[in-house]
Write a protein that binds this ligand. Structure first.
Ligand code: GAR
Length: 203
């Protein structure tokens, strides 16, 4: 079995897609062994608990309050996850830039999903920014990508899979968000399966 650790900051619909795929046979050789959230009210926490997955709450604000660094936070995150021996780290709306203090432990083993095509709309609110660019006539489609996260670059790294998502003139922002999330939930599972198929065993 491949051991997945999922890091999530919010609603957790991508986490849910992964949890479902582990059960319904689309990721037959994978199990989620831990879910980390950095906000107590992240709905991802409830989704994990409902599936009886061990959860870890690792907030950044105590570090910020007493001046401890982002690197220390990430080193502690790595230490928290170590007992779970994850083969692959799945970033599912993890709204922190991971530093090398964490990434050095998982070379080629950290996956990120971003709701935009490579090189476009990195960072927050990518769907909204694509929607606005469409309104200005600058783009006629957007997309979703899954990539490896080898370093501290924001939403950039070796591409695993991408898929274009059309934008239609009659779309509301909510229409586009729904189409994007549906694409994400499919693409992330395909990308995880692809990476797992190529993964050299960890230990
Ligand atoms: C997803 O759209 C994901 O692609 C995005 O956050 C959302 C999390 O939704 N990630 C980024 O923007 C990374 N820069 P979820 O909590 O429902 O999975």
């Amino acid at each position: 079995m491949n051991r997945l650790a999922v890091l999530a900051s919010g609603n957790g619909t991508n986490l849910q897609a992964v949890l479902d795929a582990c059960v319904d046979g689309r990721l037959p050789a994978a199990q989620v062994v831990a879910v980390v959230v950095n906000h107590r009210d992240a709905y991802a926490l409830e989704r994990a608990q409902r599936s009886n997955i061990p959860t870890l709450y690792h907030p950044f604000y105590p570090y910020r309050q007493d001046g401890r660094s982002r690197s220390l936070y990430d080193a502690d995150l790595a230490a928290l996850l170590e007992p779970y021996k994850p083969d692959l780290i799945i970033l599912a709306g993890w709204m922190h830039i991971l530093s090398m203090a964490f990434l050095k432990y998982y070379p080629g083993r950290v996956l990120n999903i971003h709701p935009a095509l490579p090189g476009t709309f990195p960072g927050m609110h990518a769907i909204e920014r694509a929607y606005e660019a469409f309104q200005r006539g600058e783009i006629d489609h957007t997309g979703v990508m899954v990539h490896l996260a080898p370093d501290e670059g924001v939403d950039v790294g070796p591409l695993v899979l991408q898929r274009e998502v059309p934008i239609y003139p009659a779309d509301s922002l909510e229409d586009l968000e729904a189409r994007m999330h549906e694409t994400e939930h499919e693409l992330y599972i395909e990308a995880i399966a692809k990476v797992l198929a190529q993964l050299v065993p960890n230990n």
